[in-house]
Design a protein around this ligand. Sequence first.
Ligand code: ADP
Length: 515
Amino acid sequence: MKTKSHRARPHAVPSPAPDATPSPRPLRILFVSSECAPYAKCGGLGDVVASLPKALRAAGADVRTVLPLYASIDRARHALEPAGGLQVPCGNGEINGCGIWRTVAAGGIPTAFVEHDRYFARDGVYADRNGDYGDQAFRFGLLCMAAAELCRVRGWIPDVVHVHDWPTAMMPAMLDAWRKTGTSRGFERTGSVLTVHNQAYQGYTHPSVLPYIGLSAPEYYTPDTFESCGALNLLKGGWVYADAVTTVSPTYAAEIRSEPAGAGLSDFVRRRGDTFQGILNGADYDIWDPERDPRIAASYGHNSLIGKILCKRDLQHRLGLALDDAVPVLGMVTRLADQKGLGLLRDVLPWVLGEMHVQLAVLGSGDPAAEEMLRDLQHRYPGRVAAVIGYSEDLSHRIYAGSDFFLMPSLFEPCGLAQMYALRYASLPVVHAVGGLEDTVEQYNEGSGDGTGFKFYAATAQAFHDTVAWAVSTWYDRPTHMTRMRERAMTVRFDWAASAARYLDLYRRVVSWRP
Ligand code: ADP
């Protein structure tokens, strides 16, 4: 806007007032992560690491991201360009040669990829069909060291390094070790923020990795630091050494202050005092918006849900469900992990299908027994159950758009993005009221028709069943309430801008602690 008005009135450009102070340079924030959509995504972490930098940049920060170059990342499709090599010194004196690739991610985020075949030329992010990789700490340790080295070489030293979950949670301790040994080489004043996207995954590994990541001093392997039950607990080190820690919803922040949600680390959570807080994730409405989503059969908005009926027919047709507008479709898009309430699903889905007139469309993969259970349901209820075992970004959009209700009986849920997307697509969530599900879904009020979904509070099969029955009876018996809830669900916003403003405040605080 300024440029425009200056051009229009060239003589009117005001000279700076004598006491004008130069505007401060933008905060430099370095994201180091094992996931970032669309390059590598296993769950919500990948979405957050794609969206939050965009919102931070829009708010004026200078954000860059560093990721591993997994074999599964299609360099041509994502316009990755080679950007030279990098010699990465490790704590044990080893030097690792890495290649650097770069691209500009959505929202203008400069993104670098660390190529190191020994660690990253594998299809999986964390595991393959033989199970979890055994050298995770070496893999992601190298990523953290390479990220720092890249910043040094490029002369772009971040004010704050923002790391995510156990894979990069070791980086704050690495900064600490560099400071204590006088080997920071530019990172003396760099602060650190750890975001815990899921406290249940902590990255247990063998302590023999410590010298490699520069943490060979005895202080890093004690019960007060990285040691847990005779093993190295990477997430715990983040809790101890990061300048500030966040998690992804206020309710989850409260839950992990005690057990069992604290997953053995609740003491460390409580010790943080006000250097720990919950900041609700946002949803990226550039991607998740039924009014302009190229992946769905028809667009629709809260003023007209006709497109949603077309999306439902498209989903039924694609998945081999009976074409029927009048039957509610229950949708799910999920990792099939215990956390997602697999036990409740096993007990309740056959019960629901046996007594209610509904269809079920599930997309998910993970636990083999859960995959089998879903295939079995599809076999028993042809035309009523579709179980797609696998991962498909495309189909996930179609399920959000084509379903009427979205099931999330999670035992715990740090934030949950799936229910936010479901809300935007007018698929009303049926959720266990924990963590971010409690924070983002408003309970249906049968009297007024207010609310955006259906919540249950006890993690029991009876409670889950009854709540699905409540949702289904609302569909059949109170259509005006359904319409009202859908309209409300579609207009509720979880904007990244608000969350980004809170992260920026936090970064400024962290910077002020390291003058
Ligand atoms: P979590 O991070 O615990 O997996 P979230 O609800 O925060 O749960 O985020 C899940 C994200 O992963 C959503 O974007 C969801 O659409 C996506 N997702 C999960 N499973 C699949 C799948 N099988 N195929 C495609 N997308 C999936």
